[in-house]
Design a protein around this ligand. Structure first.
Ligand SMILES: NC(=O)c1ccc[n+]([C@@H]2O[C@H](COP(=O)([O-])OP(=O)(O)OC[C@H]3O[C@@H](n4cnc5c(N)ncnc54)[C@H](O)[C@@H]3O)[C@@H](O)[C@H]2O)c1
Ligand SMILES: O=c1ccn([C@@H]2O[C@H](COP(=O)(O)OP(=O)(O)O[C@H]3O[C@H](CO)[C@@H](O)[C@H](O)[C@H]3O)[C@@H](O)[C@H]2O)c(=O)[nH]1
Length: 445
């Protein structure tokens, strides 16, 4: 099939490469000329595990190319994915859907014959109905189908999640639209992946509900971490034990500094606002509590760091390992690690940040903070080491605690992601502090 992917950011770029991998001929449309050029040259404009290889393979095979010209894509493709951004509005009151509206409004008059538009951006309920009016008013003839196909991929796993999703959800209104979906995803569906076919408003709510549930689970375990601190219990053990119950499950329940990134914070904020507007009082109360727990996590981390330091941190040099919002990506949008760095700096400490992939992005966003080009340089002469993003090279490489032990002023690790294998740090003489747990001391090991 000939497909276009309009908006080649963290979702659209991996999606375009995944569509080429499925065997389609793909044209990606990206407004940003630098990003567009890099993608066309097979160079990923951001780090995403496995993406650059796939991109390079399909740009050189000729099955995947990129343009800034929407008209070229309109002429070329039969099916158009819309993957542009839906940031939070500046006043925080819901999404800014102007990129989505703008993309569809520009595309529709360019379509010369039957075509299918498949929206993947995350949008508030009611957006598809607005877009349908634009399609109905602007299409030159009949035969332009609009489908909503929310995306569930996680950054850091974008390629894998695009090619091997848990399920595919589509909101559509005609048998022809269903046929187009079945054709474009045929290789995935042939593996037995479930296709959930529903109406557009239900598809919209499914996406908002999924992200709201994920944040609820994270805030739930973080609230329990707070309880554990009061009573001297161990939140990691609690999460492990309750997760064995299959109704609860272990996935997405790692306690820590809270959720960040380009999706969960804005999606739950926008949905909370929307359910409030709708008058869904209980949903509003529930989601407001989820957000409130999350907003309190950086402070909980700062308090733990102060405890580990034995008092105020003003003047302390703090090595901060991690800047991206999670491991596996260079994305620093709404990064809890950088939020924490800001709070430490506000208290007079000197955070020195290292990240294996996100340094350039972090430097651009917060040029006023201090950075180091290696983990070793970041920890040199540090009073404390804070693990802020759970990259495996920090959590699971036994060489780091040994090397760092000889470079720091004090061997104190504060792991605000509850992610390290503490045994290797304890064995190298470190104290290990984690949220919702008692500190672990090397002599007790
Ligand atoms: N990032 C994820 O993992 C993920 C996962 C699922 C859903 N989503 C949703 O997907 C959407 C995109 O998210 P993202 O993280 O990729 O955002 P992003 O900001 O990284 O990418 C959006 C891209 O669209 C481009 N763009 C905007 N208008 C355009 C137009 N008219 N024509 C061509 N290009 C245009 C922008 O230049 C940008 O590169 C959002 O609604 C988001 O909530 C994202
Ligand atoms: O147990 C957990 C899991 C995640 N997080 C944090 O939560 C945030 C989001 O993590 P994750 O959900 O893995 O990453 P995203 O790539 O933002 O993906 C989410 O947002 C996407 C955009 O909507 C959806 O498509 C995905 O299904 C949804 O998981 C990050 O800061 C994580 O560190 C935790 O604190 N504890």
């Amino acid at each position: 099939m000939r497909v276009s992917v309009i908006g080649c950011g963290h979702l659209g770029a991996p999606h375009s490469a995944a569509m080429a991998e499925l065997g389609h001929e793909v044209i990606g449309v990206e407004l940003d000329p630098d990003k567009c050029r890099a993608l066309g040259d097979g160079i990923a404009p951001f780090y995403e595990a496995g993406f650059e290889d796939l991109l390079a393979r399909h740009t050189s095979s000729g099955r995947l190319r990129f343009t800034t010209d929407l008209a070229e894509a309109a002429d070329f493709a039969d099916l158009h994915f819309v993957t542009v951004g839906t940031p939070l509005r500046e006043d925080g009151r819901g999404y800014d859907v102007s990129q989505v509206i703008g993309a569809v409004r520009s595309l529709v008059p360019l379509l010369r014959g039957p075509a299918t538009i498949v929206g993947k951006s995350t949008v508030p309920v009611g957006t598809v109905a607005r877009l349908q009016e634009i399609v109905d008013a602007g299409a030159r003839g009949s035969g332009v189908e609009l489908i909503w196909n929310p995306e569930f991929l996680r950054e850091g796993h974008a390629v894998q999640d695009s090619l091997f999703p848990d399920r595919i959800v589509v909101g559509l209104t005609s048998p022809r639209a269903r046929e187009m979906v079945e054709e474009v995803y045929a290789p995935i569906l042939a593996r037995g992946v479930g296709l959930i076919v529903t109406d557009p408003p239900t598809a919209e709510v499914i996406k908002s509900a999924a992200n709201s549930f994920l944040t609820t689970k994270i805030s739930f375990i973080n609230a329990i971490a707070e309880v554990c601190e009061f009573v001297g219990a161990d939140v990691n053990m609690v999460a492990h034990a309750i997760g064995i119950d299959t109704r609860i499950g272990h996935g997405g329940m790692r306690p820590g500094i809270g959720y960040g990134g380009g999706c969960l914070p804005k999606d739950v904020a926008a949905f909370t606002h929307r359910v409030g507007e709708l008058g869904a009082r209980h949903a509003h109360e529930l989601l407001s509590a989820v957000e409130s727990v999350n907003a309190g996590r950086p402070l909980a981390a700062v308090e733990l760091i102060e405890k580990a330091n034995g008092g105020p941190i003003s003047g302390r040099v703090i090595a901060l390992l991690g800047a991206s919002f999670k491991a596996g990506t260079s994305d620093v949008r709404d990064s809890p690690a950088l939020r924490l760095a800001g709070q430490l700096a506000e208290r007079g400490a000197v955070p020195v940040i290292y990240d294996p992939e996100a340094l350039a992005a972090a430097r651009t966003l917060y040029p006023e903070l201090a950075y180091a080009d290696t983990a070793e340089r970041a920890v040199t002469d540090a009073d404390l080491v804070v693990l802020a993003t759970e990259w495996p090279e920090f959590t699971a490489d036994p060489k780091l605690p040994v090397a760092a032990a000889g470079l720091v002023r004090r061997k104190v690790l504060v792991d605000v992601r509850n992610a390290v294998e503490s045994g290797m740090w304890l064995a190298a003489g470190w104290e290990v502090w984690q949220l919702g747990r008692q500190p672990q001391l090397p002599e007790a090991h």
